[in-house]
Structures are given as C-alpha cells and as structure tokens.
Design a protein around this ligand. Structure first.
Ligand code: ADP
Length: 169
C-alpha cells in the first residue's frame, strides 16, 4: 500500500528518496520547480542532465517521460526529471500528464526508492488548471502498481494545497 501525503511547502526542502522535477524537455534547467531544484541541488544535477542529453536525449526528453539523476546537495538520493504537457484548451493532454506520474513512479521503483515527492506538474508556466492537474495526479498515483511506500505531493501555495486536499478526501 502506498500512503499519499500532502505538504504545503518547497519541494527542494523535502527529505525523501526521490524528488520529482517538473523539467522541460531540454533538461538544461528552467524556472519554477526546475530552477529551484538546480539552485539548491548544485551543479552536479545539471552536469548529469547534460550527459543524458548527449547520450540518450539529443532531441530532448519527450513529454510524459521520466529520467533520473543524482540529487546533488538536496536531501534526497535522486531527482527524477519529467516533462509535463503544456496545457491546451483545444486538445486533451491529460494522458500525457498522467504518464508523467506513472513514469516517474516506474523510474522510482527501478531505483528502489521508497519515498517520492511530486510537485504539481504542469501547473506553473505550463498553465494546467489546478483542479484538473490535482485530479490526474491523485487518480494516477492511486491507480499505480508500485512498491513506493510514500508519495508526497508538495504544493507551493495554500490554494494549490486546498485543491489537492479536496481531491484526496
Ligand atoms: P511546469 O513548467 O510543469 O508548469 P513549474 O515549475 O512552472 O512547472 O510549476 C509547477 C508547480 O510547482 C506550480 O504550481 C508552482 O507554483 C510550483 N512550484 C514552484 N516552485 C516550487 C517549489 N520550490 N516547490 C514546490 N512547488 C513549486
């Protein structure tokens, strides 16, 4: 059984086995969660991302996929980078967002992680409505076949926390 926890705060401050990054496909860093992770995690993460780009992801990490690196100076063993979809009002991209959660958990399982922290993927610069994003996140994690003991959703602000809390009830 996987326990789902909800925390309001900064994902870079979590002590877990794996911290999931809402990365962009370049793997070379960005704003939001991505910027915060690289800032606090230090240069080792970016260095490994560059190597992954050179070896496996020359065209970028595809949307909905996930890949792990070291967590550098973060209080975690790994960062799992996943690329959420940009929200579209005309195209349903929820399967891609669900894939981010599923693939991240799959990678976490492969690594032997027991605790994983997720941000609200795609709800920042990628503009996914929080209600939809929370539904997809919670439902996908609940349905996942995984050995992860604890999945922790880390929501930056109170509003996002409340939306996830309603969905979990
Ligand atoms: P995306 O590009 O996938 O939309 P963002 O990083 O822009 O990713 O935003 C995703 C969500 O993460 C947003 O709801 C944003 O408020 C939140 N966020 C930003 N910084 C942090 C942080 N340090 N810890 C947790 N959540 C964060």
């Amino acid at each position: 059984m996987t326990t789902i926890e909800l925390v309001q705060g900064d994902i870079t401050r979590q002590s877990v086995d794996a911290i999931v990054n809402a990365a962009n496909s370049s793997l070379l860093g960005g704003g939001g969660v991505d910027g915060a992770i690289h800032r606090r995690g230090g240069p080792a993460i970016l260095e490994e991302c560059r190597k992954l780009r050179a070896s496996r992801y020359g065209k970028g990490l595809p949307t909905g996929h996930a890949v792990a690196t070291t967590a550098g100076d973060l209080d975690a063993r790994w960062v799992i980078h996943t690329v959420g979809p940009v929200f579209s009002a005309t195209e349903d991209r929820s399967a891609l967002l669900a894939s981010c959660y599923r693939e991240s958990l799959r990678v976490a399982d492969e690594l032997g992680a027991r605790t994983v922290a997720f941000p609200a993927i795609s709800t920042g610069v990628y503009r996914y409505p929080m209600e939809d994003a929370a539904r997809i996140a919670v439902d996908t994690v609940r349905a996942a076949k995984t050995d992860i003991e604890e999945v922790r959703f880390v929501l930056f602000d109170e509003q996002a926390y409340e939306v996830f809390a309603r969905r979990l009830r």
